[in-house]
Ligand binder design. Structure first.
Ligand code: AMP
Length: 219
C-alpha cells in the first residue's frame, strides 16, 4: 500500500516527479490543481468557483478542496494507494486528511517534501509551459519540446498557465510560505516527513523518491 504526499512550493518539481512515479508504480495521481483545471475547462460550478481564486494565485477554500479530495479518495482505484500532489496545503486540510485516512484504515506512509530557493522557483515557473491536452510540463530554456509549442508526447498545444504569471506567482509563494510550509512541522511530529532537494536533476530525484516508495510499500 503506497499512500504518499508530495509537498513543496510551486516549481519544486512535484508535477514532473508525479508524472514519472505514477507510471512506474501504477497508482492514481491525485492533483487538486489538475482537478480544478479540469473543472474550469468543463465549465462546471466547481470550475467557476475555483477559477476566481486560482487566477489570482489564491487558495480555493478549504471546505471545497477537502470535499473534492474526500470524494476522490473514496473511489475504488485508490484502494491500493495513491499519490497526493498539491494537497494538503493548509493545516485544516492536513487535519481533515488525517481523520479521513484513519476512517479508511489506510494511513499516509510518507510525506516527501521537495524544496528549492525562491529565485530558482521564479525562474522555473515563469518559463514553464504545459500541454493543454495531457498536462506534460516543459520549460522555455531547460525543457524545450522538439517542435516549438507542440507536446512531444501527445502533439497537444503548449500554453502558459494563467497563474504562472509573475503577479500570481508572488501570491502563490506567499500562500506557500504562510499556509503550507508550516505543515512540515505537522508531518515531522508524526515522523512522516522526508526532505529532498528539488534542485537535484530530475532522473536522480526520481530514483531517490522511488526508493522511498519501495520502503513504504513494504510496510
Ligand atoms: P497547482 O497545480 O498544485 O499549482 O494548483 C494550482 C492552483 O489550484 C493553486 O494555486 C490553488 O489556487 C488551487 N489549489 C490546488 N490545490 C489546492 C489546495 N490543496 N487547496 C487550495 N487551493 C488549491
Amino acid at each position: 500500500m503506497i499512500n504518499i504526499i508530495l509537498m513543496g512550493p510551486p516549481g519544486a518539481g512535484k508535477g514532473t516527479q508525479a508524472k514519472m512515479l505514477i507510471q512506474a508504480f501504477n497508482i492514481p495521481h491525485i492533483s487538486t490543481g489538475d482537478m480544478f483545471r479540469e473543472a474550469i475547462k468543463a465549465g462546471t460550478p466547481l470550475g467557476v468557483l475555483a477559477q476566481s481564486y486560482i487566477q489570482k494565485g489564491d487558495l480555493v477554500p478549504d471546505e471545497v478542496t477537502i470535499g473534492l479530495v474526500k470524494e476522490r479518495l473514496a473511489q475504488k482505484d485508490c484502494a491500493n494507494g495513491y499519490l497526493l500532489d498539491g494537497f494538503p496545503r493548509t493545516l485544516p486540510q492536513a487535519e481533515a486528511l488525517e481523520k479521513l485516512t484513519e476512517e479508511l484504515g489506510a494511513p499516509i506512509g510518507a510525506v516527501i517534501n521537495l524544496d528549492a530557493d525562491k529565485a530558482e522557483l521564479v525562474r522555473r515557473i515563469s518559463g514553464r509551459r504545459v500541454c493543454r491536452n495531457c498536462g506534460a510540463p516543459y520549460h522555455v530554456d531547460t525543457l524545450r519540446p522538439l517542435i516549438d509549442g507542440v507536446c512531444d508526447i501527445c502533439g497537444g498545444e503548449l500554453y502558459q498557465r494563467k497563474d504562472d504569471t509573475v503577479e500570481a506567482l508572488e501570491t502563490r509563494l506567499h500562500h506557500y510560505y504562510e499556509d503550507t510550509k508550516p505543515l512540515e512541522n505537522f508531518y515531522r511530529e508524526r515522523k512522516l516527513l522526508i526532505n529532498l532537494n528539488g534542485l537535484t536533476p530530475k532522473d536522480e530525484l526520481f530514483v531517490q523518491i522511488s526508493e522511498i516508495f519501495k520502503k513504504v510499500d513494504q510496510k
